[in-house]
Design a protein around this ligand. Structure first.
Ligand SMILES: Cc1ncc(COP(=O)(O)O)c(C=O)c1O
Length: 408
């Protein structure tokens, strides 16, 4: 079999499982119930005007392309000032800019855990963290059941019993969670996790790494994230905030102590061996953080919460025929991400798309097999009328499935 034949066979296997991915164009003029642009900043005149202002007032010496790695020619006073600004906003000692959240997670996980260390990770943690863990030198990785402090306790207890070095502090223990999960939209019980770790590792060798990708801009004071909402920023070893979602930009920052920042500059290969973000991206990150820190996005956060309550109510009012075996709405009360579970997510998403509503089917392996769903995301720029239209579409689809005797 040639290489191309092997590739074709792998694709055919995915096709047979209805899990083959393909690139699609976003339909023009469709109502957005899909993107991660939760605050609708990417279409906001306030964002655009401020951003264009920054571009027009670029420092004399600004290079529009960075021209190299941060460690060579890609650094600038502008980038360093931006890091200080973002660190101050997040009440963190320092911040280090990466080209994406993916790069940040890979850089952190591949370099920070030391040989022999233990990593404990939530079963639904993001693919980029898995990628980083694969490259890591940690001695052991153990998964715990999603968002379960009890499961974390059990896994950690078993590791402590098996290896005295875990409790006496010789080994570092990393606990990896997302603050808001990207596919289900639920919030991690971070305070309860801290209690477990404080209880079982009183020596202080438990280190939290929290990915705030989906919380940035949406949760917490002025969108600073869940960790600051809970006031536990001093208990986090590393926080990762990404800018490609609610902040309408690109890149990510790792919030950490100065020694960790310095270590990453020396060892994180996804920072060292890549061209740094150029001025236009730095300016767009700056624009977003100025809007957050001035409080201008607070009304968008509030508007989003109104819309979340509206969709939550409307979906709750959907009468589903009892013969329908799988139609469930999973939703965390304040999250803009809704997971609509059905056995036919592709049909439902396509029905919505045909009527001008963009929502996407999320299939395995992006989510575990059996957990396929339509992921619906709300944005500050959606309207109640659009939401009502979406819910009516879902109702109509369910009715027609029922009439056709389709098994859901
Ligand atoms: C939880 C989480 N972490 C990290 C990333 C990666 O961020 P970026 O898109 O900036 O690479 C994503 C984006 O898909 C995400 O959902």
């Amino acid at each position: 079999m040639t290489l191309v034949d092997s590739l074709k066979t792998a694709l055919a296997r995915r096709e047979a499982k209805e899990a083959r991915r393909s690139l699609t164009l976003v339909p023009q003029g469709g109502r957005d119930f899909s993107s991660n642009d939760f605050l609708s900043l990417s279409t906001s005149p306030a964002y655009r005007d401020r951003y264009l202002g920054h571009l027009n007032n670029a420092p004399e010496n600004a290079h529009f392309a960075s021209g190299g790695s941060r460690l060579l020619d890609g650094n600038s006073a502008y980038a360093e000032e931006l890091e200080r600004f973002v660190a101050a906003f997040h009440e963190a000692p320092t911040a280090l800019l990466f080209n994406s959240g993916y790069d940040a997670n890979v850089g952190v996980l591949s370099s920070i855990p030391q040989p022999g260390d233990l990593i404990l990770y939530d079963e639904l943690i993001h693919a980029s963290i898995h990628e980083g863990m694969r490259l890591s030198r940690a001695g052991k990785r153990k998964m715990f059941a999603h968002s379960s402090p009890m499961a974390l306790r059990e896994v950690l207890k078993a590791e402590i019993e098996a290896d005295r070095d875990v409790q006496n502090g010789t080994r570092n223990v990393f606990i990896l969670v997302e603050s808001i999960y990207s596919m289900d939209g639920d919030m991690a019980p971070i305070k309860e996790f801290i209690e477990v770790v404080d209880d079982l590792l009183p020596g202080g060798n438990g280190y939290f790494i929290v990915d705030e990708a989906h919380a940035t801009g949406v949760f917490g004071p002025r969108g600073a994230g869940v960790v600051q909402q809970l006031g536990v920023q001093n208990r986090m070893f590393i926080r990762v905030h990404t800018f490609g979602k609610a902040l309408a930009s690109h890149g990510a920052m790792v919030l950490c102590g100065p020694e960790t920042r310095d270590y990453l500059i020396n060892y994180a290969r996804s920072l060292i061996y890549t061209t740094a973000l150029g001025f236009p991206f730095l300016a767009s990150i700056r624009t977003a953080y100025e809007l957050l820190s001035s409080g201008e996005t607070e009304q968008l956060q509030e508007r989003l919460q109104q819309l979340i309550r509206h969709l939550h109510r409307r979906l709750g009012g959907l009468k589903v025929d009892p013969s329908v075996t799988l139609f469930e709405v999973d939703h965390f009360p304040t999250s803009p991400i809704f997971s609509i579970r059905t056995s036919q997510p592709r049909l439902l998403a396509s029905h919505c798309r045909t009527h001008g509503y963009i929502a996407r089917a999320i299939m395995s392996p992006t989510v575990p097999e059996g957990k396929e769903r339509v992921r619906v995301c709300l944005h500050a720029g959606n309207t109640e009328e659009e939401i009502d239209g979406l819910v009516e579409l879902i109702r109509g689809w369910l009715d027609s499935c029922f009439r056709l005797g389709a098994k859901l």
